[in-house]
Write a protein that binds this ligand. Structure first.
Ligand code: FPP
Length: 252
């Protein structure tokens, strides 16, 4: 439970809310945010990185256990080379500018996705962040970088097939738990692998190949706020809405 105050008819009300344990965010709208300000698109990504720091700290304070952020999809390579290069450099900047503060706040950094194709400097910054924070016990900030849900399922199937060939188990042993273990999110604590709440900013109403297996029963929240403008207040609004939902998981 998390308690926060908000104003309704100038009256301060305190509400006890259930905080989602795993929040996943599609950080959309950086380009449009920049364009509106007559700035190059990449300035939107830079502002998006700053927003990420603010939201991570807010989520950590509220008691969220895992925050998965869609930083770069397997489809984003089709963007102009300059933009891809800029985004790939953000983890390097993030490591120097923000990881020390997150580390001090007990945040643990992890990542999911296919990291083979990432530039060396990008991988290096992420590995360093993982290494530095690996003993932290607070919120897990989980970067989805070169992540695609279909790619994740394909690689899980390849690994399962290989392990069957290696006689580690039989096809009949494959159940939902085995599959979940082989997905990229298998690196997360088992009880927090599936997001309780998925937030997508900037008005688009789709999931864009983000965690298709894991979001089977997630609550979806869409907001028109562009990602660089998303802040603690916006996160609280999403959690408030989450608390209005009745999660039945197929039951009644
Ligand atoms: C989508 O907005 C956003 C991205 C593809 C990149 C998101 C990356 C960040 C917010 C920075 C993350 C930080 C680190 C350290 C990796 P868009 O460009 O599609 O926006 P548009 O729909 O307005 O064009």
């Amino acid at each position: 439970m998390f308690t926060f105050g908000f104003n309704k008819k100038k009256e301060k009300i305190r509400a006890a809310l259930e905080v989602p344990k795993h929040i996943a965010i599609i950080m959309d709208g950086n380009g449009r945010w920049a364009k509106k300000r007559l700035q190059p698109r990449v300035m939107g990504h830079k502002a998006g990185m700053d927003a990420l720091q603010i939201v991570t700290k807010a989520a950590s304070d509220m008691g969220v256990r895992v925050l998965t952020v869609y930083a770069f999809s397997t489809e984003n390579w089709t963007r102009p080379e300059k933009e891809v290069k800029f985004i790939m450099n953000l983890p390097v900047e993030f490591y120097d500018k923000y990881v020390p503060e997150l580390h001090a706040n007990n945040v643990k950094i992890q990542m999911i996705g296919d990291h083979c194709r990432l530039p060396e400097a990008t991988k290096d910054a992420l590995f360093k962040a993982e290494e530095k924070t690996k003993h932290n016990t607070g919120l897990i900030l989980n970067f989805a970088l070169n992540y695609g849900g279909r790619d994740e399922l394909a690689q899980a199937m390849r690994m399962i097939a290989q392990d069957i060939l290696d006689a580690k188990f039989n096809p009949g042993d494959i159940d939902e738990k085995v599959i979940a273990d082989y997905l990229y999110t298998g690196v997360l604590p088992a009880k927090y692998r599936d997001p309780d709440l998925v937030i997508r900013t900037s008005g688009e109403l789709r999931l864009s190949n983000f965690l298709p297996w894991q979001t089977a029963y997630s609550e979806l929240y869409f907001t028109d706020i562009a990602w660089p403008d998303f802040d603690e207040k916006a996160l609280q609004a999403a959690i408030l809405e989450y608390n209005r939902r009745h999660r039945r998981f197929g039951g009644i």
